[in-house]
Ligand binder design. Structure first.
Ligand code: COS
Length: 385
């Protein structure tokens, strides 16, 4: 389907497609097997100016938005969901600064992230606060002109590899989620350490670690917006970033569909390519239709965000929930079409199926997305919309 990309958007998509074909496809199985963070590829993406596609030129970006970011994430994900999320998580770390930082904070941190010189990361989740994000226990106590952070963040994508972290911590526990605040914390700050690298089912080339804060002092000027805004900052960040996970899911699903169609044309059984059997044709037709519908929803969600629309929670959640469910279904069907070969690591579809699963879980489980959508529907009806 033609999405009528502008010349710049087409160029961004072509660049991302080229780097994916040349640098990721030949090595993705190795990165997955060795659970290795793909620094070489991050450097390739930086050289191509892709880390700044969603940021304005004044902060070192190329002046695009969420839509351009989705184009890149989708292309990378067609080959490797792990490498794609290492790239996308840097944007997740940058969004709170971009959306809520003052000019000084934006000028200090965003150009380095846009240039890909430093990766970003976003730290909200804790052992006892996943879906219930308002229950975080990490604290930030004001002491003179510094905040003192204590606590542990869990499952932080790019943890240890990133240099710039946006961390949500409680500054006033008595106010519940309204007592949370957001801070920029740099790697190397005394009292800021990393836990072990997690071993995951999929997206294995990405890095997931705990962040451990022990009397970690950050300057008051590293507070984003004002104290008490942390939960809202986290929610708006996730509203803005979720179409990126939708794009990751679309890319993974497209990659699996491509593999399934190629295989179905080559695999001969009962004297014919299996693509000539209607059972396989109907599966492929459903897969292609679902992928296109997911892509259209993700692109529209991204365009809504870029238009400056205020009510983005519902469309953002819809794009993430739909695309990730499609990715799980399509990758499972791709494994089915490849049969025994699909189950083996010699073919990439088993990895795609493993990579797809996380898109239904992170940046808010699909159960939480459905809650967000339903609550919005009820609110809209109450307002007579
Ligand atoms: N944008 C702006 N403000 C929002 C918001 C949004 N999308 N969602 C909630 N808020 C505001 C509410 O308006 C409310 O403000 P007031 O205090 O002024 O009333 C406040 O935040 C608390 O909202 P609410 O009561 O709805 O919060 P809940 O604790 O019930 O939690 C959910 C809401 C479940 C939606 C939230 O915890 C969530 O998104 N959880 C998933 C977290 C997640 O995605 N984790 C992934 C890890 S990060 S990679």
């Amino acid at each position: 389907m033609d999405y009528f990309l502008t010349e710049d958007q087409q160029m961004i998509q072509d660049l991302a497609r080229r780097v994916t074909q040349e640098k990721i496809v030949p090595f993705r199985a190795e990165f997955d097997e060795r659970e290795e963070f793909a620094w070489d590829i991050m450097n390739n993406l930086a050289e191509m100016d892709l880390f700044g596609v969603y940021l304005p030129e004044e902060y070192g970006g190329v002046g695009g938005g969420c839509f351009e970011l989705c184009l890149v994430v989708e292309e990378l994900s067609r080959a490797c969901g792990g490498i794609a999320i290492s790239f996308a998580a840097s944007a997740l770390g940058a969004y709170p600064i971009f959306l809520y930082g003052n000019d000084q904070q934006k000028k200090k941190y965003l150009p380095q992230i846009a240039a890909g010189k430093k990766l970003g990361a976003f730290a909200l989740t804790e052992a006892d606060a996943g879906s219930d994000a308002g229950r975080i226990k990490t604290t930030a106590r004001l002491d003179g002109d510094q905040y003192v952070l204590n606590g542990t963040k869990q499952w932080i994508t790019n943890g240890g590899e990133a240099e710039i972290y946006t961390v949500i911590a409680m500054t006033d526990k008595s106010r519940g989620s309204r007592g949370a605040s957001a801070f920029i914390v740099e790697k190397g700050t005394p009292g800021f350490e990393f836990g072990k690298k997690e071993k995951k089912m999929g997206i294995r080339s990405s890095c997931t670690r705990e962040l451990i804060f022990t009397d970690c002092r950050v300057l008051k000027e590293n507070l984003l917006s004002r104290a008490g805004m942390g939960f809202i900052i986290a929610m708006r960040t996730l509203d803005t970033s979720r179409p990126g996970i939708g794009a990751q899911a679309v890319g993974i699903a497209q990659g699996a569909l491509d593999e399934a169609v190629t295989y179905a044309r080559e695999r001969v059984q009962f004297g014919k390519p299996i693509s000539s059997f209607q059972a396989i044709q109907h599966m492929m037709a459903d897969m292609a239709t679902q992928v296109e519908a997911a892509r259209a929803l993700v692109y529209m969600a991204a365009k809504n965000i870029d238009s400056g629309a205020k009510d983005i929670s519902k469309i953002s959640a819809m794009s993430k929930v739909f695309a990730s469910d499609v990715a799980m279904k399509v990758t499972t069907d791709a494994v089915q079409i490849l049969g025994g070969y699909g189950y083996m690591r010699d073919y990439p579809v088993e990895k795609m199926m493993r990579d797809a699963k996380i898109t239904q879980i992170y940046e808010g489980t699909n159960q939480i997305q459905r809650n967000v959508i339903a609550l919005q529907l009820i609110k809209e009806k109450a307002k007579g919309k």
